[in-house]
Design a protein around this ligand. Sequence first.
Ligand code: PGA
Length: 221
Amino acid sequence: MKPLFIVANWKANKTEAEARLWLEKLREFLRNDPPGLKEIIVCPPFFLLSMMKQYVAQHELPINIGSQDVSQCGRGAYTGETPASLIQAYARYCIIGHSERRNHLNETHETLVHKVEMALGSMILPIFCVQDANTPVPKGVRIAAYEPVFAIGTGNPDNPENANRVADKLKKDYQIMHVLYGGSVNENNVKSFTSMRHIDGVLVGSASLEASSFIHIIQNA
Ligand code: PGA
């Protein structure tokens, strides 16, 4: 069996109370069913990082925390920004280059190159999102997520064979070690992706919001 990354991207969702309830359910599940070779990563909004990290440490939960973004700025006079050097204490991973940020917040490739540098400089591992096999990947990225825009939040995933071809190409073109697939992943289709030779996990949006469906994704992956 190969190691698998199962990543929950909560996007702009969950209050602190909702996040705690979700964690309680995941904890109950993992108590009886340890994740083994599955690396479970939960990416909440920034304001929940500290609570989540504390919860995970207190209960020795076998999961990692990630952020959904990182600032291209360093520490200093940058109102509203959250730099990698401050996230470092809470997050081992961060998502960079999600299409929602590229499209709604006009993030350019140059911006994303800076973000990757900032993350790596603070020992945070980027999970770099690409929209197709030709999206450029900044130097230093070792984990990528292939997320075609048509599949995000639509219930219309890519077909696993095509996702596998894209993953293979990304690994050949860049020094990427792990490629995840994201876009309308759910408990019924997760295995069709994770059983592909070049796909090393999944990035899950909508279906990660309910603890029970995320748990089924972990079980079925
Ligand atoms: P989705 O989102 O699972 O809701 O399609 C995936 C993502 O945007 O990472």
